[in-house]
Design a protein around this ligand. Structure first.
Ligand code: SAH
Length: 204
């Protein structure tokens, strides 16, 4: 098994990990704690891995890139759409105040909850539901991160985002999508394309 230090060093060398605080979060969270037994030997290879139900835990470089692009701040309340294994939420939990993570598959909600509990994380709330509606109960959010491929940016996400907030989402209908970052300003939405990516699709 390639170890965590080596993976983190590679992610720094290739420019995916940029800030010291995100490096620290990666060192603190054991990725093997979010992967089913069968694939655990590959926990520190830079690749997505199956977590059951046709879903995957994203590759570490994608988690690193998205975490950096989200510009996490200690006071932030973040909404994640697509909780999956809970790994992305766990990384964010070390960088922000609170993460609300919504996941549509009940068995994955249980899987993620168990993983987070085992690793000792208390500031992530896993919620069962359809994240295309966002999670109005705890709005507004400083940041929203979508980790399943979405055909479009839903109005619910923009509406539940604070002014000056950031939304990050893989947008596209095919196998590949584009990673779109939106900043909600007083004057409107600032959009930037951060290149190609491949996520499992949003289901409703
Ligand atoms: N962030 C996760 C990986 C997510 S994989 C991790 O760190 O492991 C994408 C996840 O999005 C899958 O678990 C899938 O079940 C979930 N998903 C798909 N459609 C959804 C929807 N409408 N609302 C919430 N979650 C959804």
């Amino acid at each position: 098994m390639r170890d965590k230090k080596e993976l983190v060093q590679n992610l720094k060398n290739s420019g995916y990990l940029k800030s010291q605080k995100v490096v620290k979060a990666f060192m603190e969270i054991p990725r093997e704690g979010f992967i089913p037994k069968e694939s655990r030997d590959y926990a520190y290879a830079d690749q997505p891995l199956p977590i059951g139900h046709g879903q995957t835990i994203s590759a570490p470089h994608m988690v690193a890139m998205m975490t950096e692009l989200l510009e996490p701040e200690p006071g932030d309340r973040v909404l994640e759409v697509g909780g999956g294994s809970g790994y992305q939420a766990a990384i964010l939990s070390k960088l922000v105040k609170k993460v609300y993570s919504i996941e549509v598959d009940p068995e994955l909600v249980s899987f993620a909850k168990a993983n987070l509990r085992r690793v000792g994380i208390r500031n992530v709330e896993m919620i069962l539901g359809d994240g295309s509606e966002g999670y109005p109960k705890e709005k507004p959010y400083d940041k929203i991160i979508v980790t399943c491929a979405t055909p479009k940016i839903f109005d619910s996400w923009i509406n539940q985002l604070k002014t000056e907030g950031i939304l990050l989402a893989p947008v596209g209908r095919g196998f590949y999508q584009e990673l779109i970052k939106i900043r909600k300003t007083k004057k409107g939405l600032e959009k930037r394309n951060h290149g190609g990516c491949a996520f499992v699709p949003l289901r409703r």
